[in-house]
Ligand binder design. Sequence first.
Ligand SMILES: Cc1cc2nc3c(=O)[nH]c(=O)nc-3n(C[C@H](O)[C@H](O)[C@H](O)COP(=O)(O)OP(=O)(O)OC[C@H]3O[C@@H](n4cnc5c(N)ncnc54)[C@H](O)[C@@H]3O)c2cc1C
Length: 240
Amino acid sequence: MELHRRMSRQAERYGSRLVVERAEALTQICGGFAVRSASLTLHARTVILATGVAVTEPQVDNLAEAVACGAVRYCPICDGLETGGKRIAVLGSKGASLGEAIFLRTYSDDITLLRATQACVLSQDQREDAARNGIRLEERLPEAIELVGDQLLVRFANSESDWFNIVYPCLGSAPRSDFAAALGADTTATGGLLVDSRQQTNIPGLYAAGDVLEGLDQIATACGQGATAATAIHNRLRQL
Ligand SMILES: Cc1cc2nc3c(=O)[nH]c(=O)nc-3n(C[C@H](O)[C@H](O)[C@H](O)COP(=O)(O)OP(=O)(O)OC[C@H]3O[C@@H](n4cnc5c(N)ncnc54)[C@H](O)[C@@H]3O)c2cc1C
């Protein structure tokens, strides 16, 4: 919060106007764009979209508390290094969750892939890949996951249960690219915005940075893309 406050103050010092409101629509107007919120409409010649992704949350009792104490985590690339020797579960039924489990094997020998759906969607090849990498495939579908102390208790049918130090939900995320897509911006099949080397979408003047793009969801990546977009916009506006 302190970092956010100081960065906001710095932006304002250089003339930025900060509006803390939800943008409800983005439209193209002559010479640029209009962004509408509940109380105002802003006009701009260029826009950088940095709306991130909507992450699908797991059904975990006391989820906020579990996230706060590090029992539920979302980003193995960010904090996998801290999980050494822990008993870890990845919750998800798709190939991506197996990829996440294999990534975490670098840090822990005890990785289980927990099902998120009744149906098994892993192919035979993926199951063999899991076995080769020492990933345990839990065939029972969890009925409940709850925080007990600083561990997660996973309950199955017939009063069976298991516990883990950490659960990484891998249930998917959706880039918040609707505004750009509505204007005709190109996206991947999963909704990630596509941009050129200057972070511009195929809509002239509409740029994008961060998780809303297809790619590595990391703060450093988002900041770098933001810097690239800002520089391109600076140069573009000087020519208009
Ligand atoms: C639990 C967790 C831990 C993480 N840990 C790390 C880490 O340790 N290191 C690391 O590098 N990365 C980490 N990440 C990833 C990192 O947070 C993201 O890569 C980064 O925040 C992306 O920045 P962004 O600006 O694209 O999106 P965000 O930070 O998600 O910001 C997007 C913002 O846009 C706002 N928004 C969306 N739609 C609208 C709208 N219509 N109107 C107004 N505002 C809107 C959202 O409310 C949000 O505030 C973590 C992610 C999670 C979920």
